[in-house]
Design a protein around this ligand. Sequence first.
Ligand SMILES: [Zn+2]
Length: 250
Amino acid sequence: MDIVINISVFAFGAILGSFFNVVIFRLPRKYSITHGTSFCPHCKHRIMPLELVPILSYLFLKGKCAHCHAPISIRYPIIEFITGLSFLFSYLRFGLSYASIIAMILASLCIIIAMIDIDTMEIFDRFHLMIFALALVHVLFISQLDIVSHLIGFFIISIPLYVIAVITNGIGGGDIKLMAVSGFLLGYQATLVAFFFGAVFGGMVAVYLLLTKQTQMKSLMAFGPYLCIGIYIAYLYGMDIFTWYMSLLT
Ligand SMILES: [Zn+2]
């Protein structure tokens, strides 16, 4: 029975993931998200419902348009897969609970933010507002932490980032706002964990790009995607990791 539920949760995420693909593609281009059907960018063939089954359609069509056989980006099934996986992890961590729903919404926002940041090097303010709204629900109804921990979370990384941004001009305002609203959601303990993971992942990729001299791969240097991974991990396990780390110090 467990396996059926797990597969259903994954499938639900993957279906939403294919909608996120539309959002990620259309939002920066200012196209309507709710109007208009999907079409092949190459031959304008209207994509039929059967060609829209997440992941499976891509595999079945071998990554090509059913009409003109132009290649379809592997990005689409990957985003569907990651969304499905993040929903499954949220469910496995929190079970049937409101925290699970918050984790799934957070994962969704993180995926959209990360992909748009990779494409445009920008994080839109509306997403900061959505995370802030999510944080309010979490802080008021779910969190075990006191409000002060959440308020400190808002500032603990965003202020140092702001100072670094003023001095070096190397950090975008979108990243600072992301760490502020996410910090409010997570509380300061998990916020430190989120930033630690974000910095480690971002740092590893930066070193790899430098070593392989792919410095023209600027899009991979957007900091937002790594912060997003850290934020999602921290919502699931941040408090446990923080408590474990503190126990090492004492
Ligand atoms: Zn086509």
